[in-house]
Design a protein around this ligand. Structure first.
Ligand code: ADP
Ligand code: MG
Length: 238
């Protein structure tokens, strides 16, 4: 589960064509990074996949099913927001439980999923604290926990580390990579940071002005960049 296919997906805001029709296949279990400069359409593309924006054209398939018109909650995708999206007045447990409670899940199943997520993220001892009593890294893990409990087909990350300091960012990068190895679930990760792209991705999608410039593994992009833009962005010597 977690195969996502975009067929001629396009997006305009009014007269502005932010994403011209593009095609992309994301395989089950892949760690895919969307990378490109600020304003190139990374967040828009992620929001189209999540269903937070409607496409202007094209089809989005999730696990073989046409998801184009589906509301976000039905897509079984979990968007991980930055840690500041936590509710400060709620405990970690309640923050993590929030999407399950909204879905009307029974208490015992909620508890089981919260325990599992806490174990995976090393948050078991912090469940009764509030976000203000946690470090930046722990808060980010709570934000991820809120996604894990939904047991999604794929996780969608939009620059989740951009308001952490540099040292913490390196640690969280490793934690997210480890989480991907443990869960083996598709992850789509948006960043403007080449280092994150090169170190985390199975597959990198390089975007410029809404267009896909190249798709490939970090090594492919490094050794055979298709053009100067990709070479420059990836830091390839070519
Ligand atoms: P990135 O995430 O790569 O920085 P975005 O996807 O946020 O880029 O934005 C891509 C382009 O789409 C930008 O030019 C931005 O101004 C425009 N855009 C994004 N959202 C909207 C919107 N709701 N209305 C109008 N223009 C938008
Ligand atoms: Mg963005």
């Amino acid at each position: 589960m977690g195969r996502i296919v975009l067929k001629d997906v396009a997006k305009s805001f009014g007269d502005v064509h932010v994403i011209p029709p593009l095609n992309l296949e994301i395989e089950d279990g892949e760690f895919v990074v969307f990378v490109g400069p600020s304003g190139c359409g990374k967040s828009t593309l992620l929001r189209l996949i999540a269903g937070l924006e409607d496409v202007s054209g094209g089809v989005i398939e999730i696990d073989g099913e046409d998801a184009t018109g589906m509301p976000p909650a039905k897509r079984r995708l979990a968007m991980v927001f930055q840690s500041y999206a936590l509710y400060p007045h709620m405990t970690v447990r309640k923050n993590i439980a929030f999407p399950l409670k909204m879905a009307g899940m029974d208490k015992a199943e909620q508890a089981r999923r919260i325990e599992n997520a806490a174990k995976v993220l090393n948050l078991t001892d912090y469940l009764d604290r509030r976000p203000g009593q946690l470090s930046g890294g722990q808060r980010q893990r709570v934000a991820i926990g809120r996604a894990i409990v939904r047991e999604p087909a794929a996780f969608l990350f939009d620059e989740p580390l951009s308001n952490l300091d540099a040292a913490l960012r390196v640690g969280m990068r490793l934690e997210i990579s480890e989480l991907h190895e443990r869960l083996e679930t598709t992850m789509i990760y948006v960043t403007h940071d080449q280092v994150e792209a090169m170190t985390m991705a199975d597959k990198i999608v390089v975007l410029q002005a809404g267009r896909i410039e190249q798709v490939g593994s970090p090594l492919e992009l490094y050794h055979t960049p298709r053009n100067r833009f990709v070479a420059g962005f990836i830091g390839s010597p070519k």
